[in-house]
Design a binder for this molecule. Structure first.
Ligand code: 1HN
Length: 345
């Protein structure tokens, strides 16, 4: 590969005149924007232990009332992108949100797509487009682009969940905005009950035009049972993984980010090949080692970490007796749309 000319090689008067006319020579910058074979990545492997995050989040509950926060969240920010960029990876935002007993996080809708992964506490609900979704540990609840959503909590203990949004992507595209609204009327019917059994979907006879997102809540009990059933039926299967999909289309549950649940059998070491998308791992049950790009994390229950794209990841379950269950979020739908999804080695 040729060495290209540098900016300093050009006479100052020429550089000044280019800048004055909003012009930039490509060749001094070409290798930065098109590095050889492997993209440059700011995303660093980062581990956010829940044990250190939780007391800080509860303290936010004492320091900042709901009216002053709207959403009481500590953002899991990747220092590789700069903390103020509030991103875990190029397209993924992560936050831990706290709702205290009796609180209500008011209704709004926005262009970024969001999901919630419930971490602890019982008795909270998220109402999405009028559907009131109970929030139980490990449940995945969608709030797709443009859909009204609000959170409320009638239980006795604090509720915490992990928010995953494509906010960095939407913000980058200059399409991120929100609209505030009033408390939503609750509609009868629940997608998690209508679509409770894989491969069997409701068949409307009298109604036309269903929702683009028919299933908004994916109960952990169902995802866990699917993993346990898959592992039992295929003892030789290396990666016991399921993907959260739209039950009407079979495609990814949301537009830009992909969501999966993965089971590590007792004692299992699973090497995931290097793939282009960045990934996030969150432990729902058990514990897991995550080795990526020279970092080795020991994730306890409710811990979260992220991994840059184009790196192999090794997951290990050190328990000889118990399986481990992970929630995985990645940028694969986006990469497929961009036509750049790839697996290496
Ligand atoms: C949002 O709407 C929620 O509704 C949480 O709970 C986090 C972060 C950025 C932008 C919107 C929520 C958010 C958010």
């Amino acid at each position: 590969m040729h060495e290209l000319g540098r900016l300093e090689d050009l006479p100052q008067d020429y550089r000044d005149e280019l800048a004055a006319r909003n012009l930039v020579p490509l060749w001094p910058n070409l290798r930065n924007v098109l590095p050889p074979r492997v993209p440059s990545r700011n995303t660093r492997p980062i581990h956010w232990p829940y044990a250190t995050l939780r007391p800080l989040l509860l303290r936010a509950g004492e320091l900042t009332p709901m009216q002053k926060a709207e959403r009481r969240v500590l953002v899991l920010a990747n220092p590789g992108h700069g903390l103020e960029a509030m991103k875990a990876s190029p397209a993924m935002y992560l936050g831990m949100q706290l709702l205290l007993p009796g609180e209500w996080a008011p209704a709004h809708r926005h262009t970024p797509n969001a999901v919630r992964m419930v971490v602890e506490g019982r008795g909270a609900t998220t109402t999405v487009s009028g559907e009131k979704c109970p929030m139980e540990r490990g449940d995945l609840i969608l709030t797709p682009t443009g859909e009204w959503h609000e959170h409320e909590h009638d239980g006795p203990d604090p509720v915490v969940w992990l928010d995953v949004l494509d906010l960095p992507l939407m913000f980058y595209a200059e399409v991120s905005y929100a609209v505030e609204g009033a408390r939503q009327p609750v509609k009868p019917g629940r997608g998690d009950q209508a679509y409770a059994h894989g491969g069997i979907v409701p068949t409307p006879v009298f109604e036309r035009g269903g929702s683009a997102y028919p299933m908004l809540r994916y109960p952990w009990a169902q995802a866990r049972a699917a993993l346990v059933g898959l592992a039992a039926s295929q003892p030789g299967l290396e990666a016991v993984q399921v993907t959260y999909v739209n039950p009407e289309t079979g495609r990814d549950a949301q537009n830009n980010l992909g969501f999966h649940a993965l089971m590590l059998r007792p004692g299992q070491v699973l090497r995931l090949p290097a793939r282009s998308p960045s990934q996030v791992f969150h432990v729902i049950e058990g514990a897991a080692g995550v080795d990526v790009a020279g970092s080795a994390f020991a994730l306890a229950e409710a811990d979260t970490c992220c991994a840059p794209g184009y790196e192999a990841v090794t997951l290990s379950n050190h328990s000889a007796t118990e399986p481990a269950f992970l929630f995985v979020a990645d940028e694969s739908p986006l990469h497929r749309k961009l036509g750049v999804y790839e697996t290496r080695d």
